[in-house]
Design a protein around this ligand. Structure first.
Ligand code: SME
Length: 156
């Protein structure tokens, strides 16, 4: 289980040392990936300025063909279109699911946002069915909110 408070502290320390969002996003994805055996793939997608596509910023796990995802498509695109995190216990039941690897059974998408402004998202895949609990979403949201602070700062 991820220690969200510790990760938030690390990210804040990186900010105080002058690191920009690029380094923070990579650090966060790597830390999440290494924090829990249920997390078989962890990536961060960022929303393009025209808000039409999600572009893969960085990931840990097997390579994916989904480097760019139109808003509205797949679990990732629907999270942005609906402005809501997605916890999908069984990806085979999700209409329009974009398969990354045939081994993936469940998926969690947590938005990186500041209020109504969406910057991107964490996308986490698990090879276990129904792998994600509410406390995972809460923990990952804490990390996402910290990243959003820096993204908002850089885009001012
Ligand atoms: N499964 C995602 C696509 C991204 S890959 O899992 C890395 C989706 O349906 O949006």
């Amino acid at each position: 289980m991820i220690d969200a408070r510790a990760v938030v502290t690390e990210i804040q320390e990186m900010r105080e040392d002058g690191h920009l969002s690029d380094a923070l996003l990579r650090h966060a994805a790597r830390t999440l990936y290494n924090s829990d055996d249920r997390f078989d793939w962890v990536g961060i997608y960022l929303l393009t300025d025209d808000r039409l596509e999600l572009w893969l910023h960085n990931y840990f796990g097997a390579p994916t063909e989904h480097a760019k995802i139109p808003v509205g498509e797949g679990v990732c695109g629907k999270a942005v279109a609906h402005g809501a995190n997605q916890n999908v216990p069984d990806v085979t039941e999700f209409e329009g699911y974009l398969a990354c690897s045939p081994d993936v059974r469940s998926e969690l998408v947590v938005l990186i946002r500041a209020g109504s402004e969406i910057y991107g998202q964490f996308d986490i895949d698990s090879n276990q069915a129904d792998a994600f609990e509410n406390q995972d979403e809460v923990a990952i949201q804490m990390v996402a909110d910290k990243l959003a602070e820096q993204l908002a700062h850089e885009r001012r």
